[in-house]
Design a protein around this ligand. Structure first.
Ligand code: K1U
Ligand code: ZN
Length: 181
């Protein structure tokens, strides 16, 4: 298993449109395992392959409290089941420490393949519906801050730069720490 680097906003690679998965090969299964591990390590509830610079239609999610129920969606298609949109405070592992409200339909149908290539078709609502739409956006090169004002997008860019600088410094400090015996 491996932790994969997550691309950060405004990296232009996040704008790449993902292509469908032709076959669930051993390589795809390894990527799924690595993405799930990366999502847990980053304390996220979802991760799209686009965020780890793999531009294929693959999403992992886990909304369970104990982080023991991963879900895999390959070549997903979503259909809104309600017209009305509801606001939900979203976050994104590619836009660290930025949270804001986005309006989306609260109930959708998901048609996708699972990790074994088996077809699934389900109706979901609430956070699962919000999260799958957020992850689908990633596959289409869309980031949740695109729904926000120009000013908020500028602030998000500045915030990400600051967070990444702090993380880099923390990493450098860690390297300098003497190892305990
Ligand atoms: O796609 C991603 O970057 C993952 C993202 C998923 C998501 C969270 C909330 C709403 C929509 C999509 C995250 O996991 S952000 C971090 C997180 O765990 C979180 C943030 C806000 C609310 C709940 C969870
Ligand atoms: Zn995201």
């Amino acid at each position: 298993m491996a932790l994969l680097p997550i691309l950060s906003y405004p990296d232009p690679r996040l704008r790449t449109i993902a292509t469908p998965v032709k076959e669930v090969t051993a390589e795809i299964k390894t990527l799924i395992t690595d993405m799930i591990e990366t999502m847990y390590d980053a304390e996220g509830i979802g991760l799209a392959a686009s965020q780890v610079d793999r531009h294929i239609q693959l999403i992992v999610m886990d909304l369970s409290e104990d982080k023991d129920t991963p879900m895999v969606f390959i070549n997903p298609k979503i259909t809104p089941l309600v017209e009305e949109k509801q606001p939900y405070e979203e976050g994104c592992l590619s836009v660290p420490d930025v949270y804001d409200k986005v309006e989306r339909p609260n109930k959708v149908r998901i048609e996708a393949l699972d990790q074994d290539g088996q077809a699934m078709d389900k109706e979901v609502e609430g956070l699962l519906a919000v999260c799958i739409q957020h992850e689908m956006d990633h596959l289409n090169g869309v980031i949740f801050v695109d729904y926000l004002s120009h000013l908020k997008q500028t602030r998000a860019r500045d915030k990400v730069r600051k967070v990444l600088k702090i993380r880099e410094k923390q990493e450098a400090d860690k390297q300098l720490q003497p190892t305990s015996v």
